[in-house]
Structure formats: C-alpha cells, structure tokens
Design a protein around this ligand. Structure first.
Ligand code: GLA
Length: 351
C-alpha cells in the first residue's frame, strides 16, 4: 500500500491518500478524510483500466460542499424524518440538514471527519483500516460510538467494506458508502444506458420529502422492477409519482434475502465498456440513487463537468427512517452488542 500526504483540513488536520492495488492491476485510492474512495480503476472489455467513481483531483474539492462523493456515511445513512426519533421513551433531536429532515448523519457526518488510518494488509490482500470515535451527542445522537471501517482490495477485483461499531449507550447506526459510479469512466456521460438488476421484490415508497411511508410495495408492474436487468433510463421519465418525488430513482429497495451472510443485491453492466459491477451485502436494503441532483454545477476530476445523472449510487443500508418505523428492521445498537455489516463491490468485464 502506498501512502502519500493529501493535504490539511481547514482546522489543520493532516490527511493522507492510500493506494491499494491487487495482482490484476485494479487500484483503489482512499483518503482518511471522510473515508472517501477517491478513485477506483477497474478493467473493462480488453483489460483497459478506467476510473469508475466520480470525485475530485485533490483534497480541496472534497473539503468544499459536494454531494457525498465516495464517502463513508454515518452515524445514520439516509433520512430520519424531522431529525427526531424516540429511544427508550426519550426523544432525540438530530441536526436537520435536508429541509426539515436529517440526512446522512447531519451537518458534519462521518463523511467530513478525519479517521485514524492503519495499514492492515495481509499477504492475500491490501487493506486499510479506518477508525473514528463519534462522541455522545454528536449531531444529536446518544452514546459514544466507536466505528471501524476496513476497505480491502482482493485479487478477485473486489472492493470489500467491513463496517463494525460499538456503543456505550443505546443508539441507532446505519453505515454506508456513497460512491457515485459510472462504469464507462467518470465524467464520460450519463448513466442511463447502464443495465441494472436489483434483487428486490419490493421497495419502500416515499413521501414528497423522500421519507418512507412505511409501506413495502411490490415492484411488479412498476418502474422499480429491476428483477430482470433493465436500462436505468428505460422508465426513469415514466411520470410515475414515486419517480417524480425522487426526480428519478432515489429509493430504498427491500432485498430478497435468505438467511445471513453476503448475498447478491445488484448487478450493473455498462454495454460499451463491458464493465460489470456486482454488489453483495449482508444488509437488508439498498438505496438506488440515479444522480438526479447532479446538475452540472460540480466540476470533478480533470475539470470535467458532472451533469445530470452522470453517476449512480448503490448504497447498502438499513431502510431510511427506521428509528421511526417499528415495522422496519431495527437499527438500534446497545452496549455489549456489535454492529457488523459487510458490502462487496465486485468488478469484472464481459469477455
Ligand atoms: C442520497 C439521498 C439523495 C441525495 C444524495 C446526495 O443518496 O437519498 O436524496 O441526498 O444522497 O445528493
């Protein structure tokens, strides 16, 4: 693993950039600022490498306002309605940073903090361990939460992310990674031609503020049916009320699961480059976000303009607003318990 100085945060903290490589030529560059995946070079048809994640050329880009490119999201990924929830009869008030709602951990989420980094590579694979202590009360959450995220790049062209956390008070946790992918290469156009499969019979419909209503709705007969691969763009402008709320796809899918362990959640194929990405996870849900809020105002790597739907996210997770939805799988973590989830982004190419 290569480590180079990446710069300093506004308050003077030193940040580094770590480059993980494998024996297939795949390369992942990750910074301990926000745990951001800065670049991810994967082989396409014929073996050509391209960087498939949106981002910036230097730390400066990430220090400014940006839509969570590549970052670790916490303490709670996605939205909590009105930034409020009750736990053991006590109401907690979180930072509201998305209209009246709480999004992606609040004003200064895990995407904007400096993590302690350690090379934990083995003879089998390069691995970077990031740790962060989120103090009791941070962004309104109860409990000191001790978080560890390990990024591993395997020789099977997998970027594996292992998330663990422990707490000293009952709290809620929902960690994810917010990478924006374009399998044709970042900045090369919109992602509407990518063919997507999501292994989900149902999704969680939302209200106008993108808060789940609590319903689990069958995807059958809707533009949310990705059980058979379909182009992302095929039905995105279909006029469906849910798609109007999201300005495209910005929804949590209820993954079809049997038992524990890593299971296939989604598969994406980019027909021109032949690049394939599979997402495997232990989580019950995945947020499919089609980059609807990208509007060309962000200049990314090499000065490239990231236009509307130039990237998509597949954020593995527990369902949004679970702390207020007793029928959703619980996101409560208690002292003595261990939060433990794994997600794998596996890359290959059509031969
Ligand atoms: C998530 C949300 C979207 C949007 C993006 C960041 O995926 O669900 O609504 O906020 O993050 O722009």
């Amino acid at each position: 693993m290569k480590k180079v100085a990446y710069g300093k945060t506004a308050d003077g903290q030193q940040v580094d950039l770590y480059t993980l490589t494998n024996n297939k030529g795949m390369e992942a560059a990750i910074t301990n600022y926000g745990g951001i995946v800065v670049s991810l070079k994967t082989p396409g048809h014929g073996g050509q490498l391209a960087d498939v994640v949106l981002g910036f050329d230097s730390l400066g880009g990430y220090l400014k306002d940006h839509p969570y490119f590549g970052a670790i999201i916490g303490r709670y990924g996605n939205r909590i309605a009105k930034g409020r929830f009750k736990l053991n009869g006590v109401e907690y008030k979180l930072a509201t940073n998305n209209g009246e709602n709480h999004l992606h951990g609040g004003i200064k989420g895990f995407d904007k903090v400096v993590w302690a980094a350690r090379d934990v590579s083995t003879p089998e694979a390069a691995a970077l361990e990031l740790t962060y202590l989120s103090k009791d009360g941070e962004e309104g959450y109860p409990g000191n939460l001790s978080v560890t995220v390990v990024y591993t790049l395997t020789d099977n062209n997998e970027l594996r992310i292992d998330y663990t956390a422990t707490t000293d008070k009952d709290t809620v946790v929902n960690l994810t990674n917010h990478s924006y992918f374009n399998l044709a290469g970042e900045g090369s156009g919109d992602i509407l031609g990518h063919e997507l499969m999501i292994n989900a019979d149902a999704f969680t419909p939302v209200d106008a503020g993108l808060i789940p209503t609590g319903e689990l709705r069958k995807v059958e007969g809707t533009p949310f049916d990705f059980r058979k691969p379909a182009a992302i763009g095929a039905r995105i402008n279909a006029g469906d009320q849910q798609l109007l709320y999201g300005k495209g796809y910005d929804h949590n899918f209820v993954l079809n699961r049997t038992g524990e362990g890593l299971q296939l959640a989604a598969r994406v194929v980019e027909p021109k480059s032949g690049r394939i990405m599979e997402v495997l996870t232990t989580e019950p849900g995945i947020q499919f976000y089609s980059g609807n809020f990208l509007d060309g105002s962000v200049k990314g790597k090499g000065g490239k303009v990231y236009g509307h739907r130039y990237g998509f996210c597949l954020e593995t997770q527990h369902f949004p607003d679970s702390p207020n939805k007793p029928n959703f799988p619980s996101t409560v973590l208690k002292p003595g318990g261990k939060y433990q989830t794994t997600t794998v982004y596996r890359f290959s190419a059509v031969p």
